[in-house]
Design a protein around this ligand. Structure first.
Ligand SMILES: [Zn+2]
Ligand SMILES: [Zn+2]
Length: 148
């Protein structure tokens, strides 16, 4: 249960672009079981999944007998049209025969986002709000923040 956030400054304007990977205390496998869907009166999933339609679908599947597969984590998702990155909770559910994985969409252009794992993120081209385009290089960015 730990994660890392890299803060990558735009080489032109200095605006920070965050690349996040990992899990936190709140998103253990307990967080995605029917018996512990609530935390302080609120569904735990609300903390983890911001999209209401994906959350509703997840609830529906959990109640119908699906369970969380290993390999879940916060991950970086990419819109290849806007060249922007987003942090989303990467996970899948299965019931033994069928498997379901959420599809996240770019809030800007609605295109389906692709999940880019940490080992593949270098050389991904980002477009900053200032219009400048640059490639991600985790090796040359400032010391990342580790969280738990
Ligand atoms: Zn910029
Ligand atoms: Zn987009």
């Amino acid at each position: 249960m730990s994660g890392v956030t890299y803060s990558i400054p735009c080489p032109k304007c200095g605006r920070i672009h965050e690349v996040t990977y990992g899990t936190s205390m709140i998103c253990t496998n307990r967080a995605l079981t029917v018996s512990s869907l609530y935390h302080g009166g609120r569904p735990l999933l609300e903390y983890i999944i911001k999209s209401k339609s994906i959350r509703d679908k997840t609830f529906e599947l959990l109640y119908s007998g699906y369970s969380l597969n290993e390999g879940y984590c916060y991950s970086t998702y990419y819109c290849s049209k806007c060249k922007k990155i987003f942090t989303r909770f990467h996970f899948s559910l299965s019931n033994g025969t069928d498997r379901w994985e959420p599809e996240y969409h770019c809030w800007h252009c609605k295109k389906t986002l692709s999940c880019i794992m940490q080992k593949d993120i270098n050389d991904t081209v980002l477009q900053c709000k200032c219009g400048f385009e640059f490639k991600v290089d985790l090796n040359s960015c400032p010391e990342p923040e580790n969280w738990s």
